[in-house]
Design a protein around this ligand. Structure first.
Ligand code: C2E
Ligand code: CA
Ligand code: CA
Length: 724
């Protein structure tokens, strides 16, 4: 500081010469000194003022700076005047809104704090006030602006009294809700990451594993760790192109000791924090089980579960696709039905039938590897030939099918055989509609059956008449059965000496539309539409009436009546049969009931009991058509038959097959040993008759002796015979 001008000259004056003058001089001196002092004081004062101003400025600046700092961190200031019990909060911003609390009591403040945080906040303040804690540093929730916000308060006391109690505590306060939420979320995520059943792995930009969860380690079979740092490709043998747009979803295969596993993969890019590395989150889910279930469902929906061939739905789908377009290429459709399959099912049970179908399906697959093959249902198959529309190819393929399916089947040690009847259509010549094609192929198949089975019939327009015929016949059988429009003929049976032993009742039917219809055609229809029990009742009454006429002649000849398997299944059969006899006053011993073997397998226990009861009533029982289907010798032994009727096919073979002869000889002897009679059916020649007689067959039936005839004819002949 520069000193103000000092009056040195005054100080250096000569001594006063005069008292007045000396007095003046002294005064002047004092004045000068006074002025000097004053100047000095002024100067000091000015300097002090400036200093104070500067300090003030500095203080203002630092307050501004402090406020700026607080604003930047979002912090406010709180003050607690302990002695006065006053709390002030200022400058706090939460949710974009300023919060200012002016002078409330601590209790008032606490009232706004979350119930759960009140005790801890109070304790923190008290402990600090009492000097137990160096500072206040606490998070708590407070209701602000209608919602709970997390606040973080820090602070300490500026002054303590003699007892060391804080007088005033001051500090900062900040809304930390976002951090809390982020933290909560982080914990949740960490928990989810660790415990989810999905395999999760975080990989770096080079697809190396940064972090993996337990499910991922389990999926990799690396539960002991050792996943980190590994390249994803080494673990999965799969890595999507990182250039793929993210998120990426797809599937990948993983191969391990357990075989191939299907994985569902979802990849998301984790946006890097500033300066951080690009990472990806890869989520994997083992969907092998689901895939397997889906595939099983798909197979079920489109494949026949027994044979693995396409099922009816799949056939329809396949056909629809092939006929769909106008320019669809030509193809041939074959409809196959197995002849004799019913007998397998009936004689050996459904399990054997199923096995036969499986083998048949396999043979078709092997025989026609290029063809589409499906199971239409039951013993029916549908085949489409890849390049079709050509009759030559069609016949070739049919030959393959006939050869393949005609081989004997070995099932459970039994040899069985079936043959195919095949109907075929050509697309587009025979139709451009899938359903129509199948219908026509089916009609052709029926024609093949009618032509003697085991052959192919290619559809022609004429066959449509056949389809119309069968549906028309169905209606006619139904109405004619209801009005009892069927009638009966009898075919006599004779013994070795040619004397009549009885006659078999055979049903006949003549319609206006179709003329005479064979029982071989209408009996199966009647069975199918459930009219056979009614028609069978009529037959039983007819047989009883004829038996009465025979008795009236004094003959003990019997009348045989055929029982269909369907009738046998009915619980009222016994009653029906008895009723026919009682109603007509006929002795049951005059009635012979003929049952085919296929009737026996349905429920052998039930049939056995039924037969025993019928036998007790006095009926004669014979086993019809023995030698067709799959005759079982155990039926002969276990069931109470009086007679066995040897099938016509057996008799036909006699002359040319020595083997048949030997077998038949054995059979006749066996029956006689078991106390059963034998009847030979379909005897047409003297040679057959001679051979059968030599074997000791008891009765004979066939064109050689008599054709089926009117009842009156037979009765007349019988009367003659008795008279002669
Ligand atoms: P089935 O019980 O085996 O009857 C014998 C069949 O052989 C009869 O055929 C008869 O006419 C035929 N036949 C007899 N002798 C000869 C012969 O020397 N040569 C040839 N080629 N055939 C001969 P039909 O009358 O056509 O009956 C066929 C089948 O229809 C019967 O076979 C039987 O299973 C069934 N059926 C006929 N009438 C009835 C009936 O009233 N009820 C039931 N449920 N079925 C019946
Ligand atoms: Ca018969
Ligand atoms: Ca027969």
């Amino acid at each position: 500081m520069n000193a103000p001008y000092a009056p040195a000259a005054v100080a250096g004056l000569d001594p006063p010469c005069e008292p007045a003058q000396a007095q003046l001089l002294a005064l002047q001196q004092r004045l000068a000194q006074e002025q000097y002092r004053r100047a000095l004081a002024e100067q000091v004062l000015t300097e002090r003022t400036l200093e104070l101003r500067g300090a003030l400025q500095t203080a203002r600046d630092s307050e501004r700076r402090l406020n700026l700092a607080l604003w930047a961190t979002g912090e406010g200031i709180w003050e607690w005047d302990v002695a006065a019990d006053r709390v002030k909060v200022g400058g706090l911003v939460t949710g974009g809104q300023p919060v200012d609390l002016a002078a409330v009591t601590l209790d008032q403040l606490l009232a706004g704090v979350h119930f759960g945080d009140q005790p801890t906040l109070r304790a923190a303040l008290d402990q600090h006030a009492q000097g137990e804690q160096a500072q206040v540093d606490i998070d708590f929730r407070m209701r602000l602006g209608g919602e709970w916000r997390w606040l973080h308060a820090r602070g300490r006391s500026l002054q303590r009294d003699d007892q060391g109690l804080a007088m005033q505590v001051t500090g900062t306060i900040r809304d930390v809700s976002d951090q809390h939420e982020a933290e909560h979320l982080r914990r949740l995520m960490a928990h989810a990451f660790a415990s989810t059943l999905d395999a999760l792995v975080v990989v770096d930009a080079g697809w190396a594993v940064v972090q993996a969860n337990a499910a991922f380690e389990a999926l990799m079979g690396l539960e002991g760790g050792g996943v980190a740092g590994q390249h994803l490709q080494n673990l999965l043998r799969f890595v999507p192109d990182p250039a793929q747009p993210m998120p990426w979803r797809g599937e990948a295969l993983m191969r391990d000791e357990q075989g191939d596993r299907a994985l569902e993969v979802a990849i998301t890019r984790i946006e890097p924090v500033a300066g951080g590395q690009q990472q990806h989150l890869v989520a994997l889910r083992d969907i092998s089980e689901r895939r397997r279930a889906e595939q099983a469902l798909e197979r079920q929906a489109l494949f026949d579960s027994l044979t693995g061939l396409a099922n009816r739905a799949a056939i329809n789908q396949h056909l629809a696709a092939r006929v769909g377009r106008a320019d669809a290429p030509g193809f041939s459709l074959l409809f196959i039905d197995l002849d004799g399959f019913k007998a397998v099912n009936d004689s050996f049970g459904h399990r054997a039938g199923d096995q036969l179908l499986q083998q048949a399906a396999e043979r078709l697959r092997t025989g026609l590897p290029q063809a589409f093959i499906g199971r239409w249902g039951g013993d029916e198959f549908v085949i489409t030939l890849t390049d079709g529309g050509d009759d030559y190819l069609l016949r070739e393929s049919a030959q393959v099918i006939i050869a393949a399916l005609g081989q004997p089947y070995l099932i459970d040690g039994h040899r069985m055989s079936v043959t195919p009847s095949i109907g075929a259509v050509n697309h587009p010549a025979d139709g451009t509609d899938a359903a129509l094609l199948v219908r026509r192929a089916d009609a052709a198949m029926y024609a093949a059956k009618a032509q003697g089975r085991n052959c192919l019939v290619i559809y022609t327009a004429r066959l449509d008449d056949g389809v119309a015929r069968s549906s028309r016949l169905q209606n006619l059988v139904r109405s004619d059965a209801e009005r009892n429009a069927f009638h009966f003929v009898v075919q006599p049976k004779v013994n070795a000496a040619g004397r009549t032993t009885g006659a078999e009742l055979l049903m006949r039917w003549t319609t206006e539309e179709f003329g005479a219809v064979s029982p071989a055609e209408f009996i199966p229809i009647a069975e199918r539409i459930g009219m056979i029990p009614l028609m069978g009742r009529h037959a039983l009454h007819a047989a009883a009436r004829i038996a009465n006429e025979v008795r009236a002649l004094g003959s003990d000849a019997s009348v045989s009546v055929n029982l269909s398997p369907r009738q046998l299944l009915r619980p009222d059969l016994e009653r029906t049969v008895l009723h026919a006899c009682q109603h007509n006053r006929t002795d049951p011993s005059q009635i012979e009931l003929e049952l085919t073997e296929s009737a026996l397998v349905t429920d052998i226990g039930h049939v056995e009991k039924l037969l025993i009861r019928l036998r007790r009533h006095g009926f004669k029982l014979s086993l019809d058509d023995f030698g067709t289907g799959y005759s079982s010798l155990s039926h002969l032994r276990n069931l109470p038959f009086h007679k066995v009727k040897i099938d016509r096919s057996f008799v036909m073979d006699l002359e040319r097959s020595p083997k048949s002869r030997v077998m038949l000889e054995g059979l006749v002897r066996l029956c006689s040993n078991l106390g059963m009679g034998t009847v030979a059916e379909g005897v047409e020649t003297e040679a057959q008759f001679a051979l059968l007689r030599a074997m000791g067959v008891d009765e004979y039936q066939g064109f050689l002796f008599a054709r089926p005839q009117w009842q009156a004819q037979w009765i007349a002949k019988l009367r003659q015979e008795l008279a002669g």
